[in-house]
Design a protein around this ligand. Sequence first.
Ligand code: NDP
Length: 496
Amino acid sequence: MSRKMLIDGEKGNSNEENVQYDFDLFVIGAGSGGVRASRTSAAFGAKVAICELPFNPVSSEVIGGVGGTCVIRGCVPKKILVYGSSFRGEFEDSKNFGWEVNEQIDFNWKKLLHNKTQEIFRLNGVYKRLLSNSGVTLFEGEGKVTDPHGVELTQVDGTKHRYSAKHILIATGSRAQRVPFPGQELAITSDEALSLEELPKRAVILGGGYIAVEFASIWRGMGVSVDLFYRKELPLRGFDDEMRVVVANNLEGRGIKLHPGKTLSQLIKTEHGIRVLTDHGEELIADVVLFATGRLPNTKRLNLEAAGVEVDKTGAIKVDEYSRSSVPSIWAVGDVTNRMNLTPVALMEGTCFSKTVFGGQPSKPDYKDIPCAVFCIPPLSVVGLSEQEAIEQANSDILVFTSTFTPMKNSISGRQEKTLMKLVVDSETDKVLGASMCGSDAPEIMQGIAVALKCGATKAQFDSTVGIHPSAAEEFVTMRSVTRHVTAGGKPKTNL
Ligand code: NDP
């Protein structure tokens, strides 16, 4: 077995080196982080096994499937539904461009659902092939830790096997969290929402995060009446406040009923649907109630205590900068560590793990300037610091540049929706600290801006970049006047 241990403290441990294990690495969980770590570790010459429950598209109980949350019940199916939903706006917008669209537009949910599931099956197969082509052994079953080097695998038929591994990597992701109030069992989570047999006519969503606003947009685009309840004044806590206002206005403009500062208190089953009671004494009837109230790390069934792996109060595995747990042979990447719960971050963590453990290149994931997007319609995308974060963290004054404009397409279609772009700049170094955009194609545009921020681009370099005309993206290189100048203490100097 070729095993080069390159982590400080393990070199020269001859007893360890003489122990024979079934595998160099056993990965529990074949989602984004687990699959990436398996493949890259195998490429470094490690003998790798990975386990995951089989994909069961009809069960919302079994959280399985090679590909994990992103591919099976997250980013990918969600984006397919966002595409499906976006056509409504396109049909509406096309009229002033000369298209005759019949008033009666039919949408066939079952057809989209079928095509979405087929695509998920295809991707599930692609991921399995990626593993086998990399020489990784895939076990279809549930893994549990038995000791610092042991994994017990339970297959679907109940058969149990034990394997030993020099290293164990936990990459079991997270699962949707439910809110404990009377009747909560009547609500669904995003797992079921992605595969509903029937499209609801009336949906109530609880939560103001990514999933809440994305599903509000998806369902509204499909003609569903949507009521969105969230505890704060604005959705998307943690994002730039000005962007949050725009998102809220856009959601409302597209016909979603917003209920800021409110939550649900009880659900009651009736013959007409689910009776929804709010903490403000209101009542609604809904066909579907969606909990989009955050996710919790998947650690409960891993038997981590047997090996002495420490978890925090949310159940997340505590890891060091290299993704190593409190037990030296056990590592963890992705949502199960609750660091930054995004697929590309899990991929980065998986790659760094492999480089560190099997590649001879100790590597820490770099969490600076990670771009992300919320696929509401139109989408929001950001990279770097929000205006509020920049002000909090700044040692020097902050210059804020904003551009609010009617996109060219909307000036013909008549859609009353503006695009907002923002750059946050350090007044001393001229470095762009953050960029954000709410408008069409924001995620596609922001990926390029993220490269610039990663390179430490200055505002002057943005300004000297030639725009692509006509595009919305060119606004990012033509914002010349300062909208706000905020002094280091957080007080506005100018408010232009
Ligand atoms: P988020 O953490 O984004 O949002 C959770 C929301 O639920 C918040 O608005 C929160 O309110 C609210 N909430 C939490 N507990 C309660 C409660 N007891 N009662 C009422 N409201 C409650 O979680 P999501 O479920 O939307 O998404 C989970 C994670 O998945 C995201 O954080 C993200 O990491 C990832 N994700 C990423 C996507 C992307 O990249 N496009 C898409 C979807 C998910 P409050 O703000 O008041 O605390």
